[in-house]
Structures are given as structure tokens and as C-alpha cells.
Design a protein around this ligand. Structure first.
Ligand code: GLY
Ligand code: MN
Ligand code: MN
Length: 471
């Protein structure tokens, strides 16, 4: 009897499927996603259809995939976070009788697969949880009665070229194949791609109040992580352990992931812009550059702090740090609606060039690019390098954009300057909300001034008290 009850409970659980308990309560609402689809539709040209596919799954090891990451555009427009899906948005209502202007094709429910790889929302879930009225299983896409050829424009994103052969009509490769056949798509059709990117970029570059709330949260908890590492770090800590403290704190506050692979590099490693090995076992008295941001309900923070591993900046470390700080402050001052985007990097470059000349590291201002080889800012949101319109000098900052401001100086060993500067790498990166006449630094909670960092570093962290068995 007990066994029967257990079995019964098991089947009830499987068939109730996604009625999972104790989930976060602050996900984006179905009204948000519906509103984004309406905004998308408003920007579509007459007699057009948009086709949005989910991202592919990727192999981690043989038959094990990486944890799935949804296509941010699919998530933004639907809230659907599973693979093997396609969303159609029509400019005008379609069909006769019961008309529709959007259709979502989702993964079919399957008790066995769900027991192995997790819950699926399915058709009914997509209706009740995401608010769609017209939803089918992916396998119905091939024969779905839509004549793509009747539209003046089909708007769709770049189709990945490495999906392999479709195993069936309803995996992603199969859905793409059906789409290409139905729509007569051949390679090299970039006109549709441009429209897709123009529309999604112009929507996503301006954050709505719901998005702002999640952005504030992801940035705030990333700052808490940075501050804790500032306290916990010491010359004997490994890069990997510092990385782990960040991840622990992110998850402690409910973040699902990091928004990008964490960069935690001491000394020479801090001079590698996208360093990701994080495998140095000791930091000694070097500068530790930490570019780490959480992903919370899809939204990424992007925060960099550079700190002395032993708690005290040397004179040389401090001089470079102060220069990067001054460049960042100069950029902050022009952060407001109406500033040309290009001015941000130009301002950073100018301050950094003057400072490097003053320190005797360069003589020609053009050489600033040797030690500052990247740009100062990018949009931030669902993607760490978020979508936004950039069309040269005429692109201006607008209210409710969020951008990073991230000047840096990197002086690897053997650079053509006094060797006292070698292996100093400094980046300071903050997440800035643009307002009408000013800005708000969403990451202000983590100190940036060198003396405030030293003060925080002098404090103890709870992580210093944790004891684990020796191995
Ligand atoms: N973390 C990547 C970047 O700063 O752009
Ligand atoms: Mn960045
Ligand atoms: Mn970054």
C-alpha cells in the first residue's frame, strides 16, 4: 500500500508537471512579455511576420549538455525559457473566424523525458503561465498553415550554421529546416536580419520599470559579492576561491548564474582582458582584477573592482588605479540624456592619455591604445553586451538606458616602460542608469576610491572563519 501511494504520488507529480513549489516570486510577468510583443509589433512594417527561434543546446561532455540558456530575445518576447521552440509575431491578425497575431510552438510534454531532463511548460503551461492564446507543439510547425511567401517581409535573426542534422521535425534544426522550406529562405538573406536587430535593439536599449527592478537587484547583489571578496581576500587565496565566493553570494541571493564567465586575475593575469582560467593558486601582493557580475532572472550585472590582494596598494599600483578612477569620474560627468555615445570613450581616452604621459609611461597620446585597448562602454541588460542602436556620432544617450563605464590600464611584463609598472592591470567598471539630466550609478554600493577599498579590505569576512577538512 505504501508503495502504491508512493507510485501514485510520483505520477501525480509528473503529470502536474511544472507546478513546482517555492519558486521566486519576482519573475517578469506575462503582461510584461505581452507588452514587449505589442511594442515589437508596432515597429514591424506592414504585412510582415517575425520568426524568433530558441537558442540551441550545447554539449558540455558527451551526452551531457551545459545548463540551458534561453535566447534573450525569445525570453524578452515570450518568457519561454526552454529549447526547441519558435515564436511567430504577425503585424496583422491572421486567419478567419478566430484570428490570431502570434503563435508559439513549444516542446511537447513527455513524462519520461521530464523525469530525466526536467519539467516542460508544454502547450497548456504556455497558455496559463505565459498568457499565449495560440500555442502548438513544435511538431505541428511543419504543417502549420502559414504562407510565409505572402508577406512583404519576413523578419528573423541569424540562423546558427552549426546545428547539425535534424533528428526530427521538432528539434531546433528541424524547426529551422521547416522554416527555410516554408519561407523559401536561402543563405545570405541579410535584409531580414537587419530589421530584426533594429527592432530588438531599439526596444531592449531602453529599460522598462520591470526590467529596472531586476537590473537593480542583479547589480546590488554583485556589489555585495565584490565587497565580501574585498574583505575575505589575502595573499594566499587562489583566484578560483575568490571566484567561488562571488558565485556563492550570487546564488545565496537567488541569482541563477553569472552573466558571463568570471574574470578573476591577479598581477599578470589581470592584464589579460578576458582572462578566464582563474587558476593561479596565490595572489601574493599583486593587484587582483575581478570582473564578475551575476545573472538574475535573465539580467546581467557587469562590475569590475581591482584591489590589492594584501590589502594595501603600492605607490605604483595606486598611481595607475587613481588614473583609471579619474577617467571613470570624467566619463560619469557627461552621463545624461543627449550625450553622444562616442564621447564616453573619447573622454576616457583623453584622461588616460594625459595621465600616462604624466607618469612617463608614454610620450605620444596616440599610444594610449597600447595600455587601454578596449572601449569604455556597452549596453547592459539581458545580454552582458546588450543590444542597442549604435550608429556613430548621431547615436545619443537616452533616458533609461543602462551602460557600463569601464576604463582600464593594462601593463603586461616587457612593456616599453619602466619595469616598476609591469604586471599592473586595473579596470574599474560600473553600471550606469542614464537619466534626463544626470545618471545613477547602480553599482555605487561597492567602493571605488582606493582608500575606501583599503578600509573595507581591512575588515574580516565570514569566509575567513570557515573551516574545511585538509586534503
Ligand atoms: N565582462 C565583460 C565586459 O566587461 O565587457
Ligand atoms: Mn563590461
Ligand atoms: Mn566586465
Amino acid at each position: 500500500m505504501k508503495q502504491f501511494l508512493l507510485l501514485f504520488t510520483f505520477f501525480i507529480t509528473i503529470f502536474q508537471g511544472h507546478s513546482q513549489e517555492n519558486l521566486p516570486t519576482d519573475y517578469l510577468s506575462k503582461e510584461f512579455h505581452k507588452g514587449r510583443r505589442e511594442a515589437f509589433r508596432a515597429l514591424m512594417p506592414a504585412n510582415s511576420v517575425a520568426v524568433i527561434f530558441s537558442y540551441p543546446e550545447r554539449v558540455f561532455s558527451r551526452d551531457i549538455n551545459y545548463n540551458y540558456h534561453a535566447n534573450p530575445d525569445m525570453y524578452y518576447l515570450s518568457g519561454y525559457k526552454e529549447p526547441d521552440a519558435v515564436l511567430l509575431i504577425f503585424k496583422e491578425a491572421q486567419g478567419t473566424g478566430e484570428t490570431y497575431n502570434e503563435v508559439l510552438f513549444v516542446r511537447e510534454r513527455n513524462a519520461t523525458r521530464e523525469m530525466w531532463t526536467g519539467r516542460r511548460l508544454g502547450v497548456e503551461g504556455a497558455k496559463s503561465k505565459l498568457g499565449f492564446t495560440t500555442v502548438y507543439n513544435g511538431k505541428d510547425f511543419k504543417d502549420f498553415a502559414v504562407d510565409f511567401k505572402k508577406f512583404s517581409k519576413i523578419i528573423y535573426d541569424k540562423i546558427p550554421s552549426d546545428l547539425g542534422n535534424s533528428r526530427n521535425d521538432f528539434d531546433l534544426a528541424g524547426l529551422f529546416e521547416s522554416f527555410k522550406t516554408k519561407a523559401g529562405i536561402t543563405a545570405g538573406n541579410t535584409a531580414s536580419l537587419e530589421s530584426f536587430n533594429d527592432i530588438t535593439s531599439s526596444l531592449r536599449e531602453i529599460k522598462t520599470p520591470e526590467e529596472l527592478e531586476l537590473m537593480r537587484k542583479t547589480v546590488k547583489l554583485s556589489c555585495i559579492a565584490h565587497n565580501e571578496v574585498m574583505k575575505a581576500v589575502g595573499p594566499d587565496m587562489s583566484e578560483n576561491e575568490a571566484d567561488g565566493i562571488h558565485s556563492y553570494i550570487h546564488r545565496r541571493y537567488g541569482a541563477e548564474d553569472e552573466g558571463y564567465p568570471p574574470i578573476v586575475g591577479a598581477g599578470a593575469n589581470g592584464c589579460i582582458l578576458h582572462y578566464g582560467e582563474n587558476n593561479s593558486t596565490k595572489m601574493d601582493n599583486q593587484l587582483l582584477l575581478m570582473d564578475v557580475g551575476s545573472e538574475y532572472h535573465g539580467y546581467s550585472a557587469d562590475v569590475t573592482r581591482t584591489i590589492p590582494a594584501n590589502g594595501k596598494f603600492t605607490e605604483e599600483q595606486k598611481a595607475i588605479y587613481q588614473l583609471v578612477y579619474d577617467a571613470q569620474e570624467a566619463v560619469f560627468k557627461i552621463c545624461k540624456e543627449g550625450t553622444p555615445l562616442l564621447d564616453l570613450n573619447n573622454t576616457a581616452k583623453e584622461v588616460l592619455a594625459k595621465g600616462l604621459i604624466k607618469l612617463g609611461i608614454i610620450t605620444d597620446p596616440q599610444d594610449v591604445k597600447i595600455y587601454y585597448p578596449h572601449g569604455c562602454s556597452h549596453f547592459l541588460g539581458l545580454d552582458v553586451h546588450d543590444k542597442g542602436i549604435f550608429k556613430g556620432p548621431q547615436s545619443l544617450l537616452k533616458e533609461n538606458m543602462i551602460l557600463t563605464v569601464e576604463p582600464g590600464i593594462y601593463i603586461p611584463a616587457n612593456s616599453k616602460c619602466d619595469k616598476k609598472w609591469w604586471n599592473i592591470g586595473v579596470r574599474i567598471e560600473d553600471d550606469i542608469l542614464i537619466k534626463k539630466d544626470s545618471y545613477e550609478n547602480l553599482s555605487a554600493e561597492s567602493p571605488r576610491k582606493w582608500d575606501e577599498i583599503e578600509k573595507l579590505a581591512a575588515q574580516k569576512s565570514t569566509f575567513n572563519e570557515m573551516k574545511f577538512p585538509k586534503i
